[in-house]
Design a protein around this ligand. Structure first.
Ligand code: HEC
Ligand code: HEC
Length: 256
């Protein structure tokens, strides 16, 4: 099923063969989820979305996509990949839950890379950062944005403009590191494993450990807790307008 979709595309663009050779040998040993995701991405997605997921001639930049920013372990990406957007030029793919989680791990890793390249993130114009209105930002912070229910300009955010400037500050605001959910899993042996939540459904829970490896367990066989303290930021991405973001940036830049 998957081959029938992918092969014709490969013949069209003639790029899958080159990408296929880069695939690490052997699929049976557990490999880092990001690595698996990368080889899936190179074979199936890169010719439209670019090898680094930052956009190609026929597919948009995924590293600056709001949908991707709101994705946890494939929750949003999986829907797009499985249904495709045939009218817009994206075909559907038939991937397993684990493959979706791996693709998601790779896309998020590229997103992190893109965000850490100072000034390199597409879609943000440094000049835009200076166009906001600090008073409007302050109002939004205390009002509609609900920021003040978790933050204080004289508490945790005091001096934030000294710690981060420009795009770096904007990234901290839009995608705080704490936004990724953390899973803590207690195995039957009593061993405790912690990492970034990479996959969860009724039957399976998976995480990505500090060195990037993907591990999963039957959900019924282990005890687990999930914490996502900055999850509010994921919801916020769907709410703020560009104007709100510029005003907030102007306001945060007064916190010195
Ligand atoms: C033949 C070209 C093509 C291929 C192959 C392709 N895509 Fe896409 N993809 C697109 C296009 C075009 C869009 C934009 C659709 C639209 O405008 O709604 C898109 C949209 C998306 C989006 C939604 C982005 C957003 O912000 O709404 C995601 C996520 C995505 N693709 C992931 C993937 C992944 C993962 C693969 C590989 C499994 C893949 N795509 C393969 C062309 C492609
Ligand atoms: C439900 C609670 C909650 C709400 C609402 C919330 N945040 Fe956060 N925010 C967090 C958490 C948790 C973090 C992660 C803390 C960390 O990484 O140090 C965070 C991180 C940040 C950071 C990065 C701080 C740093 O030191 O790196 C900024 C800036 C920020 N938020 C701004 C905002 C703004 C602006 C709003 C409103 C539009 C907002 N937040 C709404 C919980 C929240």
């Amino acid at each position: 099923m998957r081959l029938s979709v992918v092969l014709p595309l490969c013949f069209l663009v003639n790029i899958c063969f080159a990408a296929g050779q880069k695939k690490p040998p052997g699929n049976s040993a557990p490999q880092g989820a990001i690595e698996n995701g990368q080889s899936l991405f190179l074979q199936n997605c890169a010719f439209c979305h670019g090898r680094d997921a930052a956009g190609g001639e026929t597919g948009p930049d995924l590293t600056s996509s709001k949908l991707v920013a709101g994705d946890v372990a494939g929750s949003k990406i999986g829907v797009v990949v499985r249904n495709g957007r045939p009218q817009k030029g994206m075909p559907p793919f038939d991937f397993s839950d684990q493959q979706i989680a791996e693709l998601s791990a790779f896309i998020h890793a590229e997103k992190t890379k893109a965000a850490s390249q100072q000034g390199g993130r597409r879609g943000v114009d440094v000049a835009d950062l200076q166009t906001g209105n600090a008073d409007a930002g302050k109002q939004y912070f205390n009002g509609a944005g609900g920021c003040s229910s978790c933050h204080s300009p004289t508490g945790d955010l005091a001096g934030i403009a000294n710690r981060y400037q420009g795009l770096k500050l904007e990234q901290r605001m839009l995608y705080p590191e704490g936004a990724a959910a953390t899973a803590t899993i207690t195995l039957p042996s009593g061993e405790i494993v912690t990492g970034r939540l990479a996959y969860r459904d009724e039957f399976t829970i998976g995480l990505q450990d500090a060195s990037g490896w993907y591990h999963s367990w039957p959900a019924a066989g282990v005890k687990y807790t999930i914490s996502a303290p900055a999850e509010a930021h994921v919801d916020l991405l769907g709410k703020y307008t560009d104007g709100d973001i510029h005003n907030l940036m102007a306001y945060l830049q007064t916190l010195r």
